[in-house]
Write a protein that binds this ligand. Structure first.
Ligand code: PLP
Length: 396
């Protein structure tokens, strides 16, 4: 076999890029083990049958051929209207490209922003795919640490220093994995850095419907930022449509034109019946979005109650998204060692903090994705395990 390109072979130089524990949990489950899984960002409900009906009707109605590559105009319009309303900046269909999920939008946005060898900033901790996405377009990921003691809000001085010579900055609020929702001060600091360092800002807002404290401020809505912002969105989290692979990238019309050209040469668009289902979903509006988000707020509170009853582990209460970052350093274990042992001893699977970057070392990410009772049971086991680990450490 000829050698694969160094770009593809080097996508995840660490091997599994932190997914090892997740794969082990899935293998155990497949072998019949009753693993309680708090790993990936997947709802415990399925897509609303009414959305599936719309998908079915569209397919039966003949929308099974190639669909318009930048996206069907009606869906692009609906996304543009949603973004106009949330950001306060008028978006038209020329500002929106429909993509197969937010992940493809992240890849496309970095393609648009970065040339080969350019430095692309990301905030650490970060969603696990970010560095590989950046490497995939030939750019160099440069992490900027956000500290637990700052509630995982990045500091302006750190961004300004890292931004010297960089081309883009990837932000994500509400944040996976930390649950941070960036404050107005943080967003304004990012805007100052973007201007001073002449950066593209790629703003991943796929959790915009999951906000528990404060409010979601679309980055493109900050004064002067629309022209340098590529906003990534998706129906995966907001409408429990992870498997439908439907998202978008929004930004200045000229760049959306280039991205449409990229889509012609990569994905060739998104199936029309999926887009029609997405349009139907968006037409259900904020009430439907709030109903999908509600279980995560409930479980966040179940989590905080359980956390308050024990004395070893700490967490910053998440202001948004469907995860909690739990500081397990009191056990003396790394996030990975904690996660491995928790799976072995308690059949509970979480994601090690280390999967999300160096700044999340000594943490685990707990996804709020099991039905309430099972979730409470998993937490009981998790905190009992942590207490044993601390005891073993202090008696050693
Ligand atoms: N961005 C973040 C922060 C995520 O957590 C995820 C999925 O978990 C994605 C993007 C990708 O979402 P999609 O299913 O829309 O590709």
């Amino acid at each position: 076999m000829p050698n694969p390109s160094s770009r593809i072979a080097g996508l995840t130089p660490g091997g599994d890029d932190g997914w090892g524990l997740f794969y082990r949990a899935r293998a155990l489950k497949a072998a019949g083990e009753p693993v309680l899984e708090l790993t990936i960002g997947e709802h415990d409900i399925r897509t609303d049958p009414a959305i599936l009906d719309a998908m079915h009707a569209s397919a039966k109605g003949g929308h099974t051929g190639y669909a318009a590559i930048p996206g069907k105009p009606a869906l692009r319009r609906a996304v543009a209207e949603r973004l106009s309303a949330s950001s306060g900046v008028a978006h038209g269909i020329e500002n929106v490209l429909i993509t197969p999920g937010g992940q493809a939008a992240l890849f496309a946005a970095h393609h648009a922003a970065c040339d080969d060898g350019d430095v692309a900033l990301l905030i650490d901790p970060h969603y696990a795919t970010y560095p590989g996405t950046i490497r995939g377009v030939g750019a160099l990921p440069r992490p900027v640490a956000a500290r637990p003691e700052d509630g995982f809000q990045p500091r302006e001085a750190d961004l300004m220093a890292a931004g010297d010579g960089a081309r883009s900055l990837l932000i994500n609020s509400p944040n996976n994995p930390t649950g941070a929702v960036y404050s107005d001060e943080t967003l304004q600091a990012i805007a100052r850095v973007a201007e001073a360092r002449d950066l593209w800002v790629i703003s991943d807002e796929v959790y915009d419907t999951q906000v528990w404290e404060g409010r979601h401020q679309p980055f493109a809505g900050l004064p002067g930022m629309f022209g340098r912002t590529l906003t990534v969105g998706s129906l995966s989290k907001s409408y429990a449509m992870t498997g439908s692979r439907l998202g978008w990238v929004a930004g200045p019309a000229a760049i959306i034109g280039h991205l449409s050209n990229l889509a012609t040469h990569t994905t060739y668009g998104v199936p029309g019946f999926i887009q029609d289902a997405g349009l139907f979903a968006l037409q259900q509006g904020p009430v439907a979005e709030a109903a999908i988000a509600a279980p995560f707020l409930r479980r966040r509170d179940i989590f905080l109650e359980a956390l308050a009853k024990q004395q070893y582990l700490r967490a910053t209460p998440p202001a948004g998204a469907m995860y909690v970052m739990l500081d397990v350093r009191a056990t003396g274990l790394s996030g990975t060692a904690f996660g491995e042992a928790l799976l072995d001893e308690e059949n509970v699977a979480v994601m090690p903090g280390e999967s999300f970057g160096a700044a999340a070392a000594g943490h685990i990410r707990v996804a709020l994705t099991l039905p309430d009772e099972m979730f409470a049971e998993a937490l009981e086991r998790l905190f009992a395990f942590a207490a044993r680990a601390v005891d073993a450490r202090t008696t050693a």
